[in-house]
Design a protein around this ligand. Sequence first.
Ligand SMILES: [Zn+2]
Length: 189
Amino acid sequence: MKGKGRNRAVKSLEIYVRKLAQANDIKPEMAAHIFHLIYEETPNGGISDDDLESLTGYKQSDIRRILRLLGDKRIIVSRKGRHPRKEATRYFWRIDSDTINVSLLTLKKKVLEKLVVKEAHDSGNSYYACPRCGSKYSFDEAFTLDFTCPRCGEVLEEADSREGLERLRRTIDALREEIARDESRIYRS
Ligand SMILES: [Zn+2]
């Protein structure tokens, strides 16, 4: 879940940014817009508050409040640099890559949780099927029917869900390993 997962991580960060803005009396739309512009310019070394101002037309004081807010929460970080056109020192803002990685890790953990629940559910639920008509019955139903299909009189067979379950377990193992790798990379100290 590389590209897709990253997009989802950015989306969930954006939701967080909007909530943060709302709680601080800043227009959520404005904060989300600034966040996206910074995100887009991050691979290019970031974007200055001047550029944000001319791109958006927002008031400088609003932009600075948003930058301070996102900076306090370590969503963005800045570096000092020379502006390519203006002869002055500027701060260039970019998304903190650790923040994106942590957000992505949180998403992976949520997916893992759901898969584990599904695995527990699937492995505890064997069912019986008729080999002729394909009707399915729970264990209790099959027991009551004496393991015989009421429609065709065929003996019911325990349905083989092992293959699907195996596939699910392999996915869970792979995701667990991925999360462990991510964690050791992000939290190494
Ligand atoms: Zn049948």
